[in-house]
Ligand binder design. Sequence first.
Ligand code: ADP
Length: 468
Amino acid sequence: MLIAAIELGLRQRTPSMCQIPTYLTQVATGLEKGLSIGVDLGGTNLRVCSVELHGDSTSDILHTQVRIPPELMVAKASHDLFSFIARQIQDFLVKFHLAFIQDAKSDAHDQYFALGFTFSFPVYQSAINSGVLLNWTKGFDIPDTINQDVCQLLQREIDLLELPVRVTALVNDAAGTIISRAYGLPLSRTRPTIGAIFGTGTNGVYLESLSEITKTIDGDYDRSTGKMFMSTEWGSFDNKLSVLPVTPYDTELNEHSVNPGNQMFEKRVSGMFLGELLRLAVLQVYYDDGLGLFRDDTGKSNTDDFNRGAPLHTRWKVDSSILSVAEADNSELLPALREKIHVSFGVPRDSVSVRDAQVVKIIAHAIGTRAARLAGMAVGSVIVQSQLLDETHHVAAGLEATRETIVDVAVDGSVVEHYPGFEQYMRESLRALEQIGVEKESRISIGHAKDGSSVGAAIIALLAAEQV
Ligand code: ADP
């Protein structure tokens, strides 16, 4: 189903899988040189970095990170959010590149930083440096940003601060991750052609042949490579199909989300939702007296005196990091998980028994491994669709294909980074896919590109500055 949805998205604009063109048509070689800026607006954090590429796969990276203030995610006007981003860029430049700003002000030459803006929301791009927001996801909701060009919104705020910065690229986070990993790999290694994010949200991007993309791509782009990275927007898979198995917790989470019926795949896979799924499932067990969860020393249920404002009783209050702690703690008495239950759920310390922690661990494992297996299924579907491990496809395309052909997948995001064994569970799915199986799965390399989306954005900004 997912493979069919990916394929359909190449032919027409679909409500479910968008297959958005990224206007990025090449992979970094590792030979690039220059200094540029990357800004990554994820769902949780805003990252600003500068990257100096030395032209030999090495680079110097400086970066800062702040949490996005929750009130800006649902601000009244775009200006509130975008002026905040511009001010973070200003602070970053003053801290690390003051001389450059001063030189740019006094120099008659047009000196500026190329900036790549990773904006991890569904955007319809019409050029490498422009794209309009289709809809907000991940808890953001600022109505007047919809249908606006987000690069222009950011450039306007940068100009108001008189910073020597030009937004030369609008970057998809998964594409940024690919380019970041590609630049840093030894020159002899196969470059990544697929990128996947498992952070607040989830998405996958892959390199597709222009000949396979039969829907119209608006605007100008470099056709010389014959390829373009396409953004699958797989987070919205199953919005209409409803083929994925559903638990009562999925249903309840969806009904209370800001976007019921949307991002249905994402709601089972990404960091924004895993903590809430766990909370809902544990809450059900808590109210089920038969299991007697979270009793105090006298065996009394905490139902009466348990603070109603505790995160266990409050929607969206439980962070997904508890799932990683649950998976990682394999000791007999589960001390790390018991402490985390106290902190994350707000259950009094003396009411968290070893048995309670065992129950939470079982539920968290079910939710975490389901997410990782679905993640593997999504990556596998892209590999199948793009025929990257298919010898007959390579021969037909006049390419050399051997049994050693490797597909490289660049991944980033806190969930894949911190959830123990996430990659191994993904690989179980890859092996289970009929079209991949054990032999081909062993030819898939998966590599983490830390802060890939911001570093990649800076590199793409440099590539794009030559085109703009
Ligand atoms: P962004 O999506 O903003 O780029 P991240 O990749 O750091 O940022 O993802 C943040 C998401 O990851 C949040 O939803 C958070 O709940 C979740 N998260 C953070 N730490 C962990 C962890 N240790 N294990 C699992 N999920 C985590």
